[in-house]
Design a protein around this ligand. Structure first.
Ligand code: NAD
Length: 262
């Protein structure tokens, strides 16, 4: 899955899945522009250029993408990875939170893509990879707003793929399960019993463990690389089997309740 000579832009590339993508793209022979609010974690590599940008701010994106194109001679790949969390039911998140999360997680994808497309159209290996989530297609408790945002990323991926297929720009998304990143570490830090909570998150996935950021990055590079020229408008799950498998649960309180009529 080589990307030799190509230039990738990764939003949110300063941490977690995005940072793993930066490493995977450089290992695959690409140079990478990182657009993030926080750039201190980036590797000191001449093939990696960090530019401070906010996916909620079109002007900062325009300046940042132009800086990457000027430094590396163009842009071939865009990874729309930057995103923020939301934990709650529809009654728990207020209008301000809905606006903020949708602005970053959904409009941020559209905004960054729009700003980058003039460069992508000049590439003969143009590809966009969006980071969706298992939450786009599977009902998870207390993830109403987050799930809505990732469902929109999934739908947006398909619509963008249709709009851009005749122009030679492929658009796909990766739908991770729970990935061991600083994001999940923050989530666990807020739990009453972080160790038990982590065990529960791992048990939710048929593989019995969290997904690694490197595993998600490998899927991103696969979909971005010229090796997948015929792949567009698809979602690739990297979720330990969570979305597609049904295994017998060792203990299922809901089934016990249904059985006893409680
Ligand atoms: P992370 O918090 O480790 O990294 C997110 C990065 O995005 C950070 O560097 C942050 O500074 C940056 N960012 C946030 N808001 C930004 C903005 N407005 N503009 C620019 N950069 C911004 O998170 P992660 O776990 O690596 O998640 C990355 C993506 O993967 C997100 O879209 C998330 O929804 C998705 N995802 C994560 C998981 C998981 O379990 N970790 C599962 C499914 C999907």
């Amino acid at each position: 899955m080589r990307c030799d000579g190509l230039v990738a832009v990764v939003t949110g590339g300063g941490s977690g899945i995005g940072l793993a993508c930066v490493r995977a793209f450089t290992a695959a022979g690409a140079r990478v522009g990182v657009l993030d609010l926080e750039l201190s974690g980036l590797p000191g590599d001449p093939g990696v250029l960090g530019v401070r940008a906010d996916v909620a701010d079109r002007a900062s994106l325009g300046t940042a993408v132009a800086a990457v194109a000027a430094a590396f001679g163009g842009v071939d790949i865009l990874v729309n990875n930057a995103g923020i969390s939301a934990v709650g039911t529809v009654e728990e998140d207020d209008d301000e939170r809905w606006s903020r999360v949708l602005d970053v997680n959904v409009s941020g994808v559209a905004r960054t893509s729009a700003v980058t497309l003039p460069y992508l159209r000049r590439s003969s290996s143009a590809a966009i990879v969006n980071i969706s989530s298992i939450a786009a297609t599977t009902g998870l408790p207390k993830r109403a707003l987050y799930s809505a945002s990732k469902g929109a990323v999934h739908a947006l991926t398909l619509a963008m793929a249709a709009d851009l297929v005749t122009e030679g720009v492929r658009v796909n998304c990766v739908a991770p399960g729970t990935v061991d990143t600083p994001w999940v570490a923050r989530l666990l830090a807020g739990a009453a019993d972080p160790t038990a909570e982590k065990r529960q998150l791992a048990a939710r996935q048929p593989t019995g463990r969290l997904v690694t950021a490197d595993e998600v990055a490998a899927a991103v590079v696969y979909l971005a690389s010229p090796a997948t020229r015929s792949v567009t408008g698809t979602s690739l799950a990297v979720d330990g089997g969570m979305s597609g498998l049904r295994l017998p649960a060792p203990a299922c309180p809901a089934a016990d309740r249904a059985e006893s009529g409680a």
